[in-house]
Design a protein around this ligand. Structure first.
Ligand SMILES: Nc1ncnc2c1ncn2[C@@H]1O[C@H](COP(=O)(O)OP(=O)(O)OP(=O)(O)O)[C@@H](O)[C@H]1O
Length: 251
C-alpha cells in the first residue's frame, strides 16, 4: 500500500442475514491504477462494490483519500470523489447522450430549477475524451451496446471522481468493443483517475489491470499482477480453469 492509495479497505465484510457475502477483504487502489476484482459467480464482487458505494451493509473500514466512508450516505460518498457504473447500463431513453451525461453531474432540468439557476457543466470534453463526441445529440436507442457502455463511463467521470467502481462494463461487448473500452480505461488511468474493475471478461481484465485481487466465497484467495494471477494455481482451480487453447487441446 502506497502513500498515494486512493481507496483502502480493511477487513471489509458484508453479510445478508446468515449469508456472509464478503469476508475480511483488505484491498487498496493507488492513484491512476486500474485494479481488477475477479472471482466466480457469487464470490462477493458486487457486494464489495455495493458496500464501498453505500448500497450494502458492511463492517470493517473503507477509506477514500483518507476519509472513512463507512456510515456516510451514498450521495456524500460521491461528493468525496467516488463514482460507479452499474451492471446494466441504464440510460434515460428520452434524453440525448449529452443530457444523459449531464445527469451524472447532478444536473437535471428540475434540479437546475430548484437551484434557481442553470449551472454550466462541460460535457463535450468528457465525450471527446472517450471518443464519443460525435454521439452527443443521439438518443440511446440509436447506439450500439459498446457505445452505451462508453456513455455510462462518461456519466461516471463527468464529476471528476478520484475513483470509479465499475461493475462488469465488459459484459456483452464484442472483441473490438472490449478493446476500445480497455483503451479508454487506460486513458482515464493516465489522467490520474483510479478504477476498481469487476468483470468476467478475462481478456479485458488481464489486458488493462495493473493489479488484480481474486475472491472466492467472499474471501480473498490471491492478489498480484495479471501475469501472477493468470499463473496462480489456486486461481486457476477456483476460477480460470484451463484457459488457453493449448491447455484445452491437452485436456
Ligand atoms: N441482497 C442480497 N440478499 C441476500 N443475499 C445476497 C444479496 N446479494 C448477494 N447475495 C449473496 O451474496 C453472495 C455474493 O453475491 P455477489 O452478487 O456479491 O457475487 P458476485 O461475485 O458479484 O457474483 P456475479 O459474478 O454472479 O455477479 C451470493 O451468495 C449471493 O447469493
Amino acid at each position: 500500500m502506497a502513500e498515494s492509495s486512493v481507496l483502502v479497505s480493511s477487513k471489509l465484510s458484508v453479510s445478508y442475514g446468515g449469508v456472509k457475502a464478503v469476508s475480511d477483504v483488505d484491498l487498496h487502489v493507488d492513484r491512476g491504477e486500474i485494479v481488477g476484482l475477479i472471482g466466480p459467480n457469487g464470490a462477493g464482487k458486487t457486494s464489495f462494490i455495493d458496500a464501498v458505494s453505500g448500497f450494502a451493509p458492511m463492517t470493517g473500514s473503507i477509506t477514500l483519500n483518507g476519509h472513512e466512508l463507512r456510515g456516510e450516505r451514498a450521495h456524500r460518498r460521491s461528493r468525496l470523489g467516488l463514482s460507479r457504473t452499474w451492471q446494466s447500463v441504464s440510460l434515460f431513453e428520452d434524453l440525448t447522450v449529452s443530457e444523459n451525461v449531464k445527469v451524472g453531474a447532478g444536473h437535471t432540468p428540475l434540479a437546475d430549477r430548484l437551484r434557481g439557476r442553470r449551472q454550466r457543466v462541460e460535457i463535450d470534453p468528457v465525450l471527446d475524451r472517450l471518443g464519443i463526441a460525435g454521439l452527443a445529440g443521439r438518443l440511446p436507442g440509436e447506439l450500439s451496446h459498446g457505445q452505451r457502455v462508453l456513455v455510462g463511463v462518461a456519466r461516471a467521470i463527468v464529476a471528476s471522481p478520484a475513483l470509479v467502481l465499475m461493475d462488469e462494463p465488459g459484459a456483452g461487448l464484442d472483441d473490438a468493443e472490449g478493446a476500445e473500452l480497455g483503451r479508454q480505461l487506460r486513458g482515464l488511468a493516465a489522467d490520474g483517475i483510479s478504477v476498481l474493475l469487476v468483470d468476467h471478461d478475462m481478456n479485458l481484465v488481464l489486458d488493462v489491470c495493473d493489479r488484480i485481487y481474486v475472491l472466492d466465497f467472499g474471501r480473498q484467495i490471491a492478489q498480484g499482477t495479471p501475469a501472477e494471477i493468470a499463473a496462480d494455481p489456486a486461481v486457476i482451480k477456483a476460477y480460470l480453469g484451463t484457459t488457453t487453447d493449448e491447455e484445452k487441446a491437452e485436456a
